[in-house]
Design a protein around this ligand. Structure first.
Ligand SMILES: C[S@@+](CC[C@H](N)C(=O)[O-])C[C@H]1O[C@@H](n2cnc3c(N)ncnc32)[C@H](O)[C@@H]1O
Length: 332
């Protein structure tokens, strides 16, 4: 064997670069904050989307039933509002999920031979793939334009001129996950991207007896608990972390003065978690929280003010029989 240095010596071995992905960025910054926080947009991996589908059927989770009732009772009103003259329209749904309630509209519109394209947008590839397979099976002739993307990127794509009227669906109280400033910013962006006459149909969860709201995020089957803890399981799986799920608890609080339901994960003991892909060690005190979700509840006055502050006109207000939920139409 020669002891001459090889011409091309093997490169020095370097530690692998820490991961970079939206989840990695969120975990890196969010778990260094005080209090610690992680955005609810990361709930929806395959298991999170599956758990959310179960939550929608939980007896305490009135939101889905209320919105289902509204869309079913008013599907003909919506069609009339979306296309009074039979003109084609594009139905863009932000955060479509499994489309459980949207399918009421799609089925009715298809029966009425409405001329429309459905463009669901979701950050969860699992939810979107499942939705597309189901829609192709149910309505093979439906014009579909799915997009795996964040709401905000999808909004930027709306800027291109379109001949068809745009109708943006933002159902399921997704708007409740935004802070008041982010909600204003979101509708201002929508206003900039849409053309005069375009519509936005938003599902708002309304303020009601606090006990009803509190129960919706504390179902007896423990589905919301599992959904919240699934975020830690996802971090273990995708970022090679060692969160012990049994050492964290789900805690939710509703403040009727602010209309905010907040979900937390609580460390049940002093502990240290390693996140190998980020080369990060995260200490937790006993009782320390990670804030994971905000679900805001609205009054009619707040919704009217939101429309007014962002340049929209409120042209449709539909609620369920209990007055728990409102599906509201804004016109650009
Ligand atoms: C609470 S679920 C509601 C689903 C559906 N709109 C409904 O009413 O049943 C929220 C959905 O929005 C998606 N989502 C959350 N944040 C998002 C974001 N920033 N961009 C795109 N989709 C998002 C999630 O993946 C999930 O499918």
């Amino acid at each position: 064997m020669s002891d001459v240095e090889p011409l091309f010596p093997a490169p020095c071995s370097e530690p692998p670069a820490p991961s970079s992905s939206p989840l990695a960025d969120e975990v890196r910054t969010g778990l260094q904050k005080t209090p610690k926080r992680l955005s609810s947009r990361f709930f929806y991996d395959a298991e999170g989307s599956r758990l959310f589908q179960e939550i929608m059927h939980a007896p305490e989770y009135y939101l889905t039933r209320s919105e289902y009732e509204i869309l079913d009772a008013h599907k003909a009103d919506y069609l009339k509002q979306f296309t009074p003259d039979g003109r084609p329209f594009e139905l863009v749904e932000l955060g479509a999920g499994d489309g459980l309630k949207t399918k009421i509209l799609l089925g009715f519109f298809a029966d009425k031979n409405a001329d429309f394209t459905y463009a669901p947008v979701d950050i969860s590839v699992d939810a979107l793939d499942e939705l597309v397979v189901d829609l192709r099976q149910k309505w093979p002739d439906l014009r579909l334009n799915p997009r795996h993307d964040d709401y905000f990127n999808a909004l930027e794509q709306l800027s291109e001129e379109s001949d068809a009227r745009r109708v943006v669906l933002f159902l399921g109280s997704n708007i409740g996950n935004f802070s008041p400033d982010d909600a204003l910013d979101f509708y201002r962006q929508l206003h900039n991207r849409l053309q005069p006459g375009d519509l936005v149909l938003t599902g708002f969860d309304l303020q009601k007896h606090p006990a009803v709201i509190h129960a919706a995020y504390n179902d007896r089957q423990g589905l919301t608990r599992a959904f919240n803890l699934n975020l830690l399981r996802r971090i273990n799986q995708e970022l090679d972390a060692n969160f012990d799920l049994a050492a964290f608890d789900h805690y939710e609080v509703y403040n009727p003065e602010t209309g905010e339901a907040r979900s937390y994960l609580v460390s049940q003991k002093a502990q240290t978690v390693q996140i190998a892909a980020l080369d990060m060690t995260v200490p937790f005190q006993y009782g320390e929280i990670i804030h994971t979700e905000i679900s805001r509840k609205f009054t009619r006055a707040q919704i009217e003010q939101l429309a007014q502050q962002t340049g929209f006109s409120l042209v449709g207000w539909f609620t369920d029989c209990k007055g728990y939920f409102a599906d509201v139409v804004f016109e650009r």
